[in-house]
Design a protein around this ligand. Structure first.
Ligand SMILES: [Zn+2]
Length: 826
């Protein structure tokens, strides 16, 4: 009896002990995975719990989101591996050549990223199930495999979705597609705080989530990276192998292993009777995705897509008549996650061997990219290279020959002091992908843009050289320390970059009056181009210590101030000239909400808050009609689907406001709102109607899609002409490389100013279809139409796109502060 009691006691204690130790997600959360959407903070608590109760897990925080939610990752492996994890990491990096020495690594490194799109919310649920299964049922795989789990890449987006869903859902949940819980309001949970798509941001790292994640990614450089997603409710499940086009840099091994992994998943899916598809829709070209970016960094990068996303909720009736549940969605993502780890563990040696080969970059055509231009633009690029941990240097070579990006043919540039980025480094393949003049396309039907070449995005002169260019300097340094000169007439600075713009924005917000010159001039032996800023003593006579304030702000922004002892110009205009105009402290409103592209609005929001540091007023489309526009100097209409959304009376209101001096800036899709409308000087270029066969269209069914390709422009770079005398083009010369995102085309303005335009289009990189290209003859890129005292500015191409086209952003600043600047509001 005693003995039995003792046994019972031990057994009970063991269970309690076990429960107090590691719990399953269900035990910890109080509901089964799939019964509820878990708040981000609870997900974090569960991972903490797992780490506290398992020697196979190390859990860390790598940063914070804009809304102050933690970004975290768990390292999961055998206890022995966890104890020597730093050694495993360094051995692994030796394979990539990032750490010196001969590698002995035999471990596979797998990285699983969940919930990059916030409303594709089943994957974070799966992350909790996956970590628990790995350490309780799949320990043997972890003996030679390290699994890094980021349970949620985009916590702000996830909570935006989950909080909304929890607020509106019916109890029990309603499976009717019309129910409110299946129809997310604008902007939805997909993007991050600034409404950026984090699955387009890996290469540019404009967002803090990406910036902080890349630091950890670079520390690990995994063999395998999986990005978990969700697609439409009627499409069952997608996993690797991916669809064409594949970027040519992808190795046969990378392709092959995707297929092997896909077949392993298929085994589990077939067993359960779950449908899936492979090799369709999701291609591997644009480098900024969670599958391509890791692929170009040597990994097998893959996207897994479960049916669901923001529509599905806890359960929804699909068009095919069955109920898709969160429970099943999480189960499928758990299955593919585990199957990925299994395959990695089984092939650990091969993964190490092939990974090492990937980093041999001797057969790349271009050995060095040599870039020259204003220091700020070079600095913007080296900042990006630093984020990517790509090495670079500077050369003293006077002349470098090769493919000249600006001329789009062989040529040479003066390279003394130029930036050199070479492909003979571990990340050489990524250098090729980001810098090459034109990415080779096996198929133009891609999911995304087909051109992104960095020299054009950053507005730099560049040569792609087939021979290695030696570097002899690691940094370009020129510390700026300005000194006040109280007896002078004022200060002058040049106008070339967004850094100059941020300086100006800071000055006007500090109530320093600033002028800009519409003419070139010389002062005290220095030459200044149009757009140069002039801060005069006379304008700021009533501001105490104006000198000190200006110097302090200039030093903060690393701007070089030229001191003018007199306002008398040695050449050109004096400070008091009517051509030297005061800059107004513009009051800027931006439209957001339904029919405005949340991405485009987000790009602007982010730009003004994080780059220019200038206040804006965001106005929602729901009450836009009631707003008195006289409180604003500038109204920006971001890209969007405006068709029919701006009523005749609103259009009239806008026109009157412009007539009285307002400045309306229409971007991309918003431009079409004004096409063909009286007084707006804007007409669409329409392609000539196709000659139809008199009997009918005889293009076969399976060739129609290919036929439509002729009408497409899928994110391509065009060389455009610029009128550098127009204030919107100050800081630019007569050429601008524009990223064209679609086939929209408008005629050159009849009365207004054509600031950037194409006569016969020159497509320097990326795909454009024959018909679409023809339709770009004599078309507008940026233009200004005057109406009464005000202006409407058309930005047909959107330079703010994903915030990576650095060289286009100054056009927007110029449009706001310089263009049609004939009035000054006191
Ligand atoms: Zn997604």
């Amino acid at each position: 009896m005693k003995k039995l009691f003792f046994t019972l006691f031990v057994a009970t204690t063991c269970i309690t002990y076990a429960q107090n130790k590691l719990q399953s997600p269900e035990e910890f959360l109080g509901y089964k995975i799939g019964d509820q959407f878990t708040r981000h903070s609870d997900v974090i608590q569960y991972f903490k719990h797992v780490a506290n109760n398992s020697k196979m897990v190390s859990y860390k925080t790598y940063g914070k989101t804009n809304e102050r939610r933690p970004l975290t990752y768990a390292i999961v492996s055998s206890e022995e591996n966890i104890n020597t994890i730093e050694n495993i990491r360094l051995e692994h990096l030796k394979n990539a050549g990032i750490v010196e020495g001969t590698a002995t690594s035999k471990k596979a490194i797998v990285w699983l990223s969940y919930n990059v799109h916030g409303n594709e919310a089943s994957s974070t649920e799966a992350a909790m199930k996956t970590i628990h299964e790995l350490i309780t049922k799949k320990e043997s795989w972890l003996e030679n495999t390290v699994v890094i789990i980021d349970p949620c890449i985009n916590p702000d987006g996830r909570d935006r979705y989950v909080n909304w869903y929890n607020q509106v859902k019916a109890t029990p949940y309603n499976t009717d597609q019309n129910a409110t819980e299946h129809n997310e309001p604008w902007p939805g949970g997909r993007p991050n705080h600034y409404l950026f798509d984090l699955n387009r941001d890996w290469a540019w790292a404009t967002q803090i989530e990406s910036q902080q994640r890349l630091k950890i990614y670079n520390q690990w450089m995994p063999h395998i990276h999986v990005d978990f997603h969700e697609q439409g409710i009627n499409e069952p499940y997608y996993f690797a192998p991916a669809a064409e086009p594949f970027h040519e840099i992808i190795t046969p091994w990378q392709r092959d292993f995707q297929t092997q992994i896909g077949k392993n998943h298929a085994k589990y899916f077939d067993k359960e009777g779950w449908l899936f598809f492979t090799r369709e829709r999701f291609d591997l070209l644009y480098p900024s995705y969670g599958d391509t970016y890791p692929t170009f960094m040597g990994a097998i990068g893959m996207t897994y897509e479960q049916a669901g996303h923001g529509r599905a909720g806890l359960g929804i009736q699909t068009d095919e008549g069955y109920v898709l549940t969160l429970k099943d969605r999480a189960l499928h993502h758990t299955a593919t996650g585990l199957s990925t780890v299994e395959m990695s563990s089984k092939n650990a040696l091969k993964l190490n061997e092939e990974f090492k080969k990937f980093f041999i970059n001797t057969d790349l055509k271009y050995k060095s990219y040599v870039l020259n231009g204003p220091k700020d633009k070079i600095k913007a690029l080296t900042t990006l290279l630093d984020k990517q941990e790509i090495k670079y240097g500077f050369t003293k070579t006077p002349k470098v020959t090769g493919y000249n990006f600006r001329e789009n043919k062989q040529g040479s540039i003066n390279a003394n002091g130029a930036l050199v980025v070479s492909t003979n480094q571990p990340k050489g393949k990524m250098v090729k992908v980001l810098f090459e003049p034109d990415a080779k396309l096996s198929n133009p039907l891609t999911y995304d843009i087909t051109a992104w070449s960095i020299p054009h995005a950053y507005g730099l002169e560049a040569i792609a050289s087939t021979s290695l260019v030696a570097t002899n300097q690691s940094k370009q340094q020129e510390p700026i320390a300005n000194i006040a000169n109280a007896s002078g007439a004022g200060y002058i600075t040049k106008w070339n970059s967004i850094n100059d713009a941020a300086f100006m924005a800071d000055l006007v917000q500090n109530s320093i009056r600033v002028r800009f010159s519409e003419k070139n001039f010389s002062n005290n032996g220095d030459d200044f181009k149009k757009g140069s800023l002039i801060i005069t003593k006379s304008d700021n006579i009533s501001t105490k210590d104006y000198d000190k304030i200006v110097i302090k702000i200039a030093n903060k922004h690393h701007r070089k101030l030229f001191t003018a002892t007199s306002s008398f110009a040695s050449k050109g205009v004096d400070f008091g000239s009517p051509e030297v105009k005061l800059i107004n402290k513009q009051r800027i409103a931006i439209l957001k909400g339904d029919y405005v592209s949340s991405l485009s609005y987000g790009e602007l929001w982010h730009f003004f808050e994080q780059q220019l540091n200038y206040p804006i007023t965001s106005i929602d489309s729901q009450y836009f009609n009631k707003v008195n526009l006289n409180s604003y100097d500038v109204l920006i209409l971001p890209n969007g689907s405006y068709r029919g959304e701006i009523s005749a009376s609103t259009l009239n209101k806008l026109k009157k406001w412009v007539q009285q001096g307002g400045k309306l800036i229409a971007m991309a899709g918003a431009v079409g709102t004004f096409a063909g409308k009286e007084g707006f000087d804007l007409i669409k270029n329409k392609p000539k109607p196709k000659k139809k066969d008199s009997i009918g269209n005889l293009t076969p069914y399976d060739q129609r899609e290919r036929e439509n390709v002729k009408d497409l422009i899928t994110g391509s770079i065009f060389k455009t002409k610029v009128d550098p005398s127009h204030p919107m083009a100050f800081g630019y010369d007569d050429t601008y490389f524009s990223l064209k995102l679609n086939n929209n085309s408008y005629k050159l303005l009849k009365k207004g100013y054509n600031i950037a335009y194409m006569q016969s289009p020159e497509n320097v990189s990326g795909f454009s279809g024959k018909t679409a290209l023809k339709n770009l003859n004599n078309s507008l890129v940026f233009g200004e139409a005057r109406i009464g005292k005000g202006s409407v500015i058309y930005m047909v191409d959107n330079p703010m796109f994903r915030s990576f086209w650095e060289n286009g952003k100054l056009f927007l600043v110029n449009a706001i502060f310089f263009t049609n600047n004939n009035k000054f509001r006191l």
